[in-house]
Write a protein that binds this ligand. Structure first.
Ligand code: ADP
Ligand code: MG
Length: 319
């Protein structure tokens, strides 16, 4: 939801979030739903001792990709990848996927086959089985929805709710400028999530789809805590530096959508050990601390801090 990399928007669209809050207020989680609306994926109790994870995300031509630079293969790949990213954010392993498409009538069957070929290649890479879906055609643009089923990679899922005062805040990878191409080719961080939770007790986690600042606010709100972020520690991507729109690389890293990196917190006592032991092609970086006081602050140096609002990409649902 609420990404729109082909459109620009400086502040995340609150109307979409307040709509989700409204929907959420009308629903009470009950068996078999352990955790419903509000996280990266729902947690369902299974009859065995393992939970199920379920995530779904819809992409629309003109908003989430355009042809070109996207190809049908890349669009199909992205539709699955964004859902795998949500399963990763729960500390999960993906098992099966369902794909529903509204195909533009004038593009023909080859287009649809290419779309599915891109999706199936990624599914194979992560051991995900395509288990069903729905095929429709119409005179509109391509719309593709994927639902993914998974299970926790360890004994328990990681939610957005467990951040504690004093925790160190980490991100994987580098942030910003995804619109240049990363949003079509990114690798969902399933491997990194599984490695993380085997290394350390991850208190809370979310994937960065709306933008670092916006998704940090989601995690902090759900955990009822605040944070201080060190501007100099934010890993700014080469793509963010290459942007020529007059917006600073740091602002791109803070506010661009669709990085699909992991944002997570661990106890301060475990932070140094994680940094020392993490030997991986995907870097991790500590960017700040969780605070008891609500609110989110960006420190540019030790005596200068400013409020960090939930900057991010926006669709255009009206309030
Ligand atoms: P993400 O960016 O991680 O995909 P979203 O911002 O899209 O998460 O959604 C946040 C939460 O709201 C998720 O739990 C999602 O399942 C839920 N959600 C979004 N839209 C709806 C809807 N129309 N009805 C019920 N739940 C929804
Ligand atoms: Mg997510």
């Amino acid at each position: 939801m609420c990404r729109g990399n082909e459109q620009t928007g400086a502040v995340v669209n609150r109307a979409e979030f307040s709509l989700i809050d409204w929907i959420r207020s009308r629903v009470v989680d009950r068996d078999p739903v352990k955790l419903g609306i509000g996280d990266d994926a729902a947690i369902l109790r299974s009859t065995s001792d393992r939970d199920w994870l379920l995530a779904t995300d819809m992409l629309m031509e003109g908003t989430d990709f355009t042809f070109p630079p996207a190809t049908p293969r890349l669009a199909g790949r992205k539709a699955l990848a964004v859902n795998l990213s949500d399963i990763a954010a729960m500390g999960g392993r993906a098992t099966a996927a369902f794909v529903s498409v509204a195909l533009p009538i004038d593009r023909g069957v080859e287009f649809a086959k290419e779309l599915h070929a891109g999706l199936l290649d990624l599914a194979d890479q992560y051991g995900v089985v395509l288990a069903g879906g729905d095929t429709n055609s119409w005179h509109g643009p391509l719309v593709i929805n994927v639902a993914v089923v998974g299970e926790p990679a360890s004994s328990q899922s990681v939610t957005r709710q467990g951040a504690k005062p004093g925790d160190w805040i980490f991100v994987t990878g580098a942030l910003g400028g995804s619109i240049i191409g990363h949003h079509l080719t990114f690798e969902p961080r399933l491997r990194e999530a599984a490695k993380l939770i085997s290394c350390v007790d991850v208190h809370a986690m979310i994937d960065i789809s709306d933008g670092l600042a916006a998704d940090l606010h989601h995690l902090l709100d759900q955990s009822h805590v605040g944070a201080t972020i060190d501007a100099a520690s934010i890993p700014v991507s080469d793509a963010a530096r290459a942007m020529t729109d007059g917006v600073s690389p740091l602002m791109h890293a803070l506010s661009d959508g669709e990085d699909f990196e992991l944002l997570f917190t661990v106890a301060a006592a475990n932070g140094p050990r994680l940094l020392r032991d993490w030997q991986d092609a995907t870097p991790i970086r500590c960017i700040g601390r969780v605070t008891v006081e609500k609110g989110c602050w960006l420190e540019r140096d030790s005596d200068q801090r400013e409020s960090l609002p939930p900057l991010g990409w926006s669709h255009s649902l009206k309030d």
